[in-house]
Design a protein. Structure first.
Length: 301
């Protein structure tokens, strides 16, 4: 059955200060409206974009790392509920900005939530901790999920997770055809690591990947004080789809949306008729088996 192309948009998102939750809600609504104006049916926000919620508690809280994590975790449910309302109002799917979520044992995990227009939620926590997250005391998540939506089967690899091929391949083995990579990188070198990972993961498994970064300085925050990156939508470099593997890419550190149209049917054809057969030939690598079952398929709606 032929599928219509999916138009999606990735945010190059500046972490901002907000005087109150009401001011933040207005800000989030403007960003979603601007994303919807691109014609996108899926919006992707970055990793740790939710840290800006700490500013609604004042500079003392926003300037202290532990207080920031505690305060933001305390309002994450309220923030996600706002994105549910926005998704319903615009009739679109939204990957909300990730942020700290408290586990029952009192630890923090870095979680991103995919919201559908019907109000269904799919949450993925980051599995691989960076050195700074270890310093913060962020704990790794414990599971991988692929979300089966009306748009397609979507996996989420939060920033550093995308740099580990077996994690993303586990998502692919569970059915993912699109992997969202919300990111937060301090330096241009970090941005290029994530970009290279996104291109590689798309090539290895004949899928699409989408990077959405934080951008700009937020020197009031010890968590996300400096941010550099560019959004991008990536596919395998194949002449039938893209000569470079880049469907769309933003200008480094410029706030705004980067939109592209993704043709799942063309990707599916490449898996059997492309120039190369990376997806099928994966299992020919020594040690490449054993990933089946590491991620589970979750129906959203």
């Amino acid at each position: 059955m032929t599928r219509a192309p999916l138009r999606l948009a990735a945010a190059q998102y500046p972490v901002s200060m907000h005087a109150s939750m009401a001011a933040w809600r207005d800000h989030a609504a403007r960003w979603v409206a601007e994303g919807a104006a691109t014609g996108a049916r899926l919006l992707v926000f970055p990793e740790y974009g939710a840290i800006e919620l700490a500013s609604t508690f004042g500079r003392e809280v926003a300037g202290d790392l532990r207080q920031t994590l505690t305060a933001v975790a305390g309002v994450m449910d309220e923030a996600i509920a706002h994105y549910v309302d926005l998704a319903q109002a615009h009739g679109m799917h939204i990957l909300a900005p990730s942020g700290p979520v408290r586990t029952p044992d009192g630890r923090f995990v870095n979680s991103a939530t995919l919201v559908t227009p019907m109000g269904h939620l799919g949450t993925q926590s980051k599995l691989m901790m960076t050195p700074f997250e270890r310093d913060w005391g962020i704990a790794p998540g414990q599971s991988l999920g692929v979300f089966d939506t009306v748009l397609g089967r979507i996996g989420i690899a939060i920033c550093y997770d995308s740099e580990f091929p077996l994690l993303v391949r586990a998502l692919v083995e569970a059915g993912a055809e699109l992997v969202l990579i919300p990111s937060c990188t301090e330096r241009v070198s970090g941005y290029h690591r994530i970009r290279a990972a996104a291109l590689a993961r798309a090539l290895e498994s004949t899928i699409a990947t989408v990077v959405a970064p934080t951008v700009g300085d937020a020197l009031w925050s010890p968590a996300v004080d400096r941010n550099s990156g560019a959004a991008g939508v990536f596919v395998p470099a194949e002449h039938a789809l893209s000569q470079t593997g880049v469907l769309a890419e933003g200008r480094l550190d410029a706030a705004g949306w980067v939109a592209a149209e993704l043709d799942f049917d063309s990707l599916a054809r490449l898996r059997s008729r492309g120039e190369m057969r990376n997806r099928a030939d994966w299992s020919g690598q020594p040690g490449a088996t054993g990933l089946s079952g590491l991620a589970r398929l979750i129906r959203l709606g």
